[in-house]
Design a protein around this ligand. Structure first.
Ligand code: ADP
Length: 379
C-alpha cells in the first residue's frame, strides 16, 4: 500500500488526524484536542511538528513523543517523522483569531522569557549565505568578550551550523539531569549549536516552525546562566523561519552583515524590512569582504566596488557599523577555529571588531538591553 500511495502528498490534516489517536497519559484527552500540537511541517514526505508540554512534565513524556512519531509514521507516504517536545508555560487564553490552523499555530500568549539570565540577545543576520555572517558573529562575540562582557553564542543557523568549527569546539554537551544541557565553551565564550547535537551527515529536514522549536530548546534547555550578551548566528535569508525567530525571541536588536555587491544589498534590504516588521531594532549594517588587502604588498583594492553598504545604510536610515576587509588571515583563522579576534588581538582587524562590538553594546544599552519579557501578544 505504502509504495502505491507514495506520490500522494501528505496533508497537515492527515497528520492531525493521526495524532488525534495519541493520548496524553496525564490528561486523558488526545494531544490534538488538548491543543498540544503545533508547527506541523510537511515536506516531501518528511513530517515535523512540536508537542507543547508544561516544563515539569517534559522529562517524563519521551514515550508520548515516540508514540506521536509512530502514529504519523504509519501514514502511507511518510518518509520520516521528527517530533520535538517543547516545554511551554501553562497556556493562557489564546486570543488568536480562529483560522483553519488555529490549533496548530505556535501559541501567541504570554510565555516565560527564554534564557532569562541573558541581558541582551542580538541577532547577526544576512540576506543570503556566504557573506561571512558566521565569521562576523564569532569575531563579534569574542570582541565583546575582550571588551569585558560575558558572552554566549547561539548558533541558530541550523541549515549549516558553523560555530563548532569557527570557535574550535568539538564533542557533545553534557547534561547532569538528562534535560538541561551545559553550553560548550572556548575562548571564554559559551556556545550552543545544533552542530553539537546532530551528526554532520544527518539530513536536516527541519523547516519553518521546526527551526523555531530547535531554537527554543537551545535557549530554554541550556544552562546559559548569567550573560551580558548573547549573539545569535541566524540562518541566512529572510524567510518564515527567520521571521518567526525574530518574532519570538526577545531580541534587543539585529545586525545585518552584507558584502558590497549590490545583489547582497538587495538581500540586506529585505533583512532590514523583516526586522522592522517585527519591531526589532536594526542596530546597523556591517560590510564584510569590504575591500581586499594584499598580504604581500599591503595595498588595498576595492575589488567589489567598496562602499555600497555604507551608502545603502545611509539611504535606509540604518547605522553603518563598520567594514571588515577580505583577508586571507580572516578566512584561515575562522575556518580553523582560531578567530582572529582571539588569536591575533593586536591585529587591526581585531580592533575593528572590538570597536563594532562596543558600538553594538552601547546601542543595546541605550535601548534598555533586553526588551521586556514578551507581553501578551494579540494576533
Ligand atoms: P555565512 O555565515 O554568511 O554563510 P561564513 O562566515 O561561513 O559565511 O563565511 C563564508 C566563507 O568566507 C568562510 O570560508 C569564511 O572563512 C570566509 N570569510 C568570511 N569573512 C571573510 C573575510 N572578511 N575575509 C576572508 N574570508 C572571509
Amino acid at each position: 500500500m505504502r509504495g502505491g500511495q507514495q506520490a500522494m502528498a501528505i496533508t497537515e490534516k492527515q497528520v492531525l488526524d493521526a495524532l488525534a489517536a495519541v493520548r496524553d497519559p496525564d490528561k486523558g484527552g488526545d494531544i490534538v484536542s488538548l491543543g498540544m500540537v503545533s508547527g506541523i511541517v510537511v515536506r516531501d514526505g518528511n513530517v515535523g511538528f512540536a508537542i507543547e508540554v508544561e516544563p515539569a512534565r517534559g522529562p517524563r513524556l519521551e514515550p508520548l513523543r515516540r508514540a506521536a512519531e509512530a502514529a504519523v509514521e504509519a501514514l502511507p507516504g511518510v518518509v520520516s517523522v521528527t517530533a520535538v517536545l517543547t516545554a511551554e508555560a501553562p497556556r493562557r487564553q489564546s486570543r488568536a483569531a480562529p483560522t483553519p490552523h488555529a490549533h496548530a499555530r505556535p501559541e501567541a500568549a504570554a510565555r516565560p522569557a527564554l534564557a532569562p539570565g541573558v541581558k541582551a540577545i542580538v541577532a547577526v543576520a544576512s540576506g543570503k549565505g556566504g557573506v561571512g555572517k558566521s565569521t562576523v558573529a564569532a569575531n563579534l562575540a569574542l570582541a565583546a568578550k575582550a571588551n569585558g562582557l560575558s558572552v554566549g553564542v547561539l548558533d541558530a543557523d541550523i541549515y549549516g551550523p558553523s560555530m563548532p568549527r569557527m570557535l574550535g569546539i568539538s564533542g557533545r554537551p553534557r547534561s547532569a539531569d538528562g534535560r538541561i544541557l551545559q553550553p560548550m565553551e572556548n575562548y571564554g565564550v559559551r556556545c550552543m549549536s545544533i552542530g553539537f547535537l546532530v551528526a554532520e551527515d544527518t539530513p536536516m529536514i527541519w523547516r519553518g516552525p521546526m527551526v523555531m522549536s530547535a531554537l527554543q530548546q537551545m535557549l530554554r534547555d541550556v544552562a546559559w546562566g548569567e550573560l551580558d550578551l548573547m549573539i545569535v548566528d541566524m540562518p541566512p535569508g529572510t524567510g518564515d523561519a527567520q521571521l518567526t525567530m525574530a518574532q519570538q525571541v526577545a531580541l534587543a536588536g539585529a545586525v545585518i552583515v552584507s558584502t558590497p555587491q549590490d545583489i547582497a544589498l538587495i538581500d540586506a534590504r529585505r533583512g532590514l524590512a523583516m526586522f522592522n516588521k517585527v519591531n526589532v531594532p536594526v542596530l546597523g549594517i556591517i560590510e564584510n569582504m569590504s575591500y581586499f588587502r594584499c598580504p604581500h604588498c599591503g595595498q588595498r583594492s576595492d575589488i567589489f566596488g567598496h562602499g555600497g553598504a555604507r551608502r545603502e545604510a545611509a539611504r535606509l536610515g540604518a547605522e553603518f557599523l563598520g567594514e571588515v576587509p577580505l583577508d586571507l588571515a580572516i578566512r584561515e583563522t575562522s575556518d580553523a577555529g582560531r578567530p582572529i579576534v582571539a588569536t591575533d588581538p593586536d591585529s587591526p582587524y581585531a580592533e575593528t571588531f572590538r570597536v563594532i562590538a562596543a558600538r553594538i553594546w552601547e546601542k543595546v544599552s541605550e535601548n534598555g538591553a533586553r526588551r521586556a519579557p514578551p507581553r501578551i501578544v494579540v494576533e
